[in-house]
Design a protein around this ligand. Sequence first.
Ligand SMILES: [Zn+2]
Length: 272
Amino acid sequence: MRNQILNFIRLNVSVLSILLGFLLFLGIQQFDSQHELHAQPLSESGTNDKVVILNFDDNRLSQFTQVKPILDKYGFKATFYVVCKYLDNKKGYMNWTELETLYKEGHDIGSHTMNHANLSDSSKKSLEYQIGRSKECLQEHGINATSFAYPFDKGSDNKPYTKNAKLNYANKYSIRGWSHDLSRRENSYDDSALYDRFIQVVNSQSEYNKNGTIKAIPIIIYHRAGDKLVDDYNTDLDLFDKEMKYLHNGNFTVLTISDLGYDEKSNSLYIK
Ligand SMILES: [Zn+2]
């Protein structure tokens, strides 16, 4: 099983793992020079300096029924971090057919463990199950997961494999995103204030990205949208539509996590 983890990370994750739930964006401020994001110009004209990645956590059903039609309207693809045991098993969550539809339509599917475990104090065996087995679980349904997200933003600082506390393959390269929902909760934002903050975050890259060279990419993390049953960690559909419209009208390029690669030689991330 350990080899499966290593292969997962090495071959497919491009040695990226994703930390969720923190207000940061990928860039040279958060990464030291070794982890600076180098990238190729996105267009031949080299003028498109605005890039964003949209992540959705926990395979909530509303992501399929409510979010997807809006993404479709603007032609955006997102990355969905899914919990394997929730699929076909839990009310209010996507089933395999829905997930496979997302994947076939070009969305990126990543692993978010087998059962949403907190990995902060996990044994090696448990990590193998939660990380390695969840990769296999998706593979059995024809889905090639190329990245992994830690539930609860916990566990990336585990150092279970090395005696000298060197980071291992599962957590050597990690990136963070801005949690839309956590930001609302921590700041008691209403929709209007959250929209303003969204605009700030997606434009925070502008000081780093010049002349088509991308060094920073804001990653926006959502959980639910348009969910009638809950308020917490849920984005009103009108707000979500407004945010996507902002990206569309502002000519942002929307990438997925699987569009990022890791160059071992230069020790840097790049856009494939
Ligand atoms: Zn989660």
